[in-house]
Write a protein that binds this ligand. Structure first.
Ligand SMILES: [Fe+2]
Ligand SMILES: [Fe+2]
Length: 179
């Protein structure tokens, strides 16, 4: 059985993961209509990844005897200045989510809930990877911005990364389904 305090913290994280999914969906739509097809694919794939993060938390909380609740979400931004602006906001958001996961971890340890602490290790690793990936993308956009056609190549690179993301999402879905 999970304590009410840990349940509340996980429910708050469920809201944040769902919100992340919506933020990236809005960014994906912007990228698609502004000619960044690769970035759009990357962000659409990221949207699904965040939903998977949300689902994992819902299943965990309910499996432990808690009750997962969905919450109201703020409307995400719909206008962005540039591709650089989009990914700067992605990084800022991921840093915020990392801090939030650390906070849920701290709450669970304080409550002597080591199972939840153990479960959250996956999220801690995931956040380190996500931040690192986005920092690399930002470096590449910065470099690309200095030469003609650079952004076009950057967009192709994002399309390739999105394809890889889709492959691993498919593998994860297959594993989770027990196929
Ligand atoms: Fe996430
Ligand atoms: Fe994320």
């Amino acid at each position: 059985m999970i304590t009410k305090i840990v349940e509340k913290a996980i429910n708050e994280q469920i809201r944040k993961e769902e919100h992340s999914s919506r933020i990236y969906l809005s960014m994906a739509s912007w990228a698609q209509v502004n000619g960044f097809q690769g970035a759009a694919e990357w962000l659409y794939a990221q949207t699904d990844e965040e939903r998977m993060h949300e689902l994992k938390l819902i299943h965990y909380l309910n499996d432990r005897g808690g009750n997962a609740h969905l919450a109201d979400l703020e409307k995400p931004a719909t206008k962005f200045k540039s591709l650089m602006d989009v990914f700067q906001q992605v990084l800022k958001h991921e840093e915020y989510i990392s801090a939030s996961i650390n906070e849920v971890y701290a709450v669970s340890i304080k409550q002597n809930d080591y199972s939840t602490g153990n479960f959250l290790q996956w999220y801690i690793t995931e956040q380190t990877e996500e931040e690192s990936t986005v920092r690399t993308i930002l470096d590449q956009i910065r470099l690309a911005g200095e030469e003609k056609g650079g952004l076009f190549h950057m967009d192709k690179e994002l399309a390739a990364q999105a394809a890889k993301k889709r492959t691993s999402q498919l593998a994860a879905a297959t594993t989770n389904a027990g196929i």
